[in-house]
Design a protein around this ligand. Structure first.
Ligand code: AMP
Length: 506
């Protein structure tokens, strides 16, 4: 099926001949079979072609999560287009940048935003503006429902683009990471085998689908295995726990696990049907890993990936899942630790570079940026700092831009955060560098105390003073109720640096 279209053909292979098998169980609705899903995707493909989508044209989408969005994603692939999901939090001003940069042929937005986005869409010469609401209804659905299923897939090979995902862009403009049919399929194929996915699995899908984690890791792996999903519009701890009765896998960001740990019903009994808990997109605290194992008997499997590369490393399915590490390079993926042009030995911290069939094709219309980050030999400079230990486990130490240089010395925030998190009464912490008149940057710790704990700057500094060289010790400790995080659970250090930027100003 879908002969000649590399990704569509692979995504359909495991379910072909199994049209009645369940693909999705949708909250509050009946389940959707594989046959129904792909028929729906074909009608979207036909609708997109009717709206002028030609091979390689972008289909931009900024809508709430629904199963129709997934059909639209697969429909875009079948139509030979390039799927371009946008974070639902972006404002019209931000959308103007993305539309102007990507020049999509079709843009699908929420109906309530259509008026605000019409002029922008015209200005950016978008071919057609369509709508889709949180239930999947709107002009895009209406058009698709007048189309026949059974369309012949548009030919695309493994080097053709399947998607563009914009990076979150904490420094400067967001960059559009170009992912090919081969990039997406190679990762799904690998993850299915590495994590032991089969037709018997049911994955709890509570992640957003404008990001690589929910869109590709969760969804493509499910297609690759011909398994099914519990499809949830958003994360809700009660609903996730209920689903565990007959689900087998959860993919989540660390916050999912932290919130579930606070739920009174989480225990060995309520998780007994589950075979795998995966965490990624942000660091999982060792404490969360330990508590989870105590309460449920399951060791969370932590993995490491990014928009530009899909997944790079994973803790083993069979074997020691080590808290605080992201495991081994996945089959076919190479990971090396570099200091500039020199590869570093085991145990040393440096810049993480990756190479493999998962690594993207470059940044959309940014050849200079692509050259800076993607080496001629295929290694991608991830912007993460890390190390590989003598057993081959990779650990992430942080983003290179979060590295603090104080008085000429390097301070890795993670080293301090691990020590501070271990102090009695500390829930979690983030360590940042802010401008300092003498040292260039001064180290600050932002600490979230556990409920009822009484902590002071002195008590924190006292607890770590014997473990850290003087230059690494925070010059200032702040206490907050919670750390700022984005929807993927990543701590927003830039926001913290902005808040505390005048700490040492004279
Ligand atoms: P994104 O492109 O939004 O998926 O963000 C990718 C970044 O998230 C990576 O470059 C890492 O900095 C971070 N990240 C992803 N997974 C992990 C993990 N398991 N532990 C620590 N950081 C992670």
């Amino acid at each position: 099926m879908y002969q000649g279209n590399y990704l569509a053909q692979h995504l359909r292979a495991s379910s072909s001949g199994r049209d009645d098998a369940i693909f999705a169980v949708i909250e509050g609705e009946k389940s959707l079979s594989y046959g129904e899903f792909f028929k729906g995707a074909e009608t979207y493909a036909a609708a997109l072609i009717k709206r002028g989508v030609k091979p390689g044209d972008r289909v931009a989408v900024q809508v709430d999560k629904s199963i129709e969005v997934l059909k639209l994603y697969v429909g875009t692939i079948i139509a030979g287009g390039v799927f371009l999901p946008l974070n639902t939090a972006y404002t019209p001003a931000e959308i103007e940048y993305f539309l102007g940069d990507a020049k999509p042929q079709v843009f699908v937005c929420a109906p309530q935003k259509k008026d605000a986005l019409k002029a922008i869409s015209d200005k950016c010469k978008v071919g057609a503006l369509e709508t889709m609401d949180s239930a999947g209804a709107g002009s895009m659905y209406d058009l698709a429902s007048t189309q026949m299923a059974g369309i012949k897939a548009v030919a695309r090979d493994e080097n053709d683009l399947a998607a563009i995902l914009y990076t979150s862009g904490t420094t400067g403009r967001s960059k559009g990471a170009m992912l090919s049919h081969g990039n997406l399929w190679s990762n799904a194929d690998t993850l299915r085998d590495y994590w032991g996915f089969s037709q018997d699995d049911r994955l709890i899908h509570a992640l957003p689908i404008f990001h690589t984690h929910g869109l590709f890791v969760a969804t493509n792996t499910t297609f690759a295995a011909g398994s099914s999903v519990y499809f949830m519009a958003k994360y809700d701890a009660d609903a996730v726990l209920n689903a565990m009765n007959d689900a087998t896998v959860l993919m989540g960001v660390p916050t999912f696990y932290v919130r579930l740990l606070a739920h009174p019903s989480l225990n060995k009994e309520t998780t007994k049907n589950m075979r795998l808990f995966v965490s990624g997109s942000a660091p999982l605290l060792e404490e969360t890993h330990v508590q989870w194992q105590e309460k449920t008997g399951h060791a969370i499997l932590e993995r490491y990936g990014m928009t530009e590369t899909n997944m790079n490393t994973s803790n083993p399915y069979d074997g020691d899942r080590r808290a605080g590490t992201v495991g081994f390079p996945l089959p076919g993926v190479e990971v090396r630790i570099m200091d500039g042009e020199t590869e570093l030995p085991v145990g040393e911290i440096g810049s993480i570079e990756v190479r493999g069939p998962n690594v993207f094709q470059g940044y959309w219309q940014m050849p200079e940026k692509t050259k800076e980050e993607l080496r001629d030999n295929g290694f991608f400079i991830t912007g993460d700092l890390g190390m590989i230990d003598d057993r081959g486990y990779v650990s992430i130490i942080g983003r290179s831009k979060d590295l603090i240089i104080t008085g000429g010395y390097n301070v890795y925030p993670k080293e301090l955060e691990l020590l501070i998190d271990d102090i009695d009464g500390v829930l979690e912490s983030a360590v940042i560098g802010v401008a300092h008149p003498d040292f260039g940057e001064g180290v600050c710790a932002v600490v979230v105390p556990e409920e009822g704990a009484t902590l002071t700057q002195e008590s924190i500094l006292d607890a770590i003073k014997d473990d850290l060289a003087k230059y690494k010790q925070p010059k200032k400790v702040f206490f907050v109720n919670e750390l700022p995080r984005n929807t993927m659970g990543k701590v927003q250090k830039k926001e913290l640096r902005d808040i505390y930027k005048d700490t040492f100003s004279v």
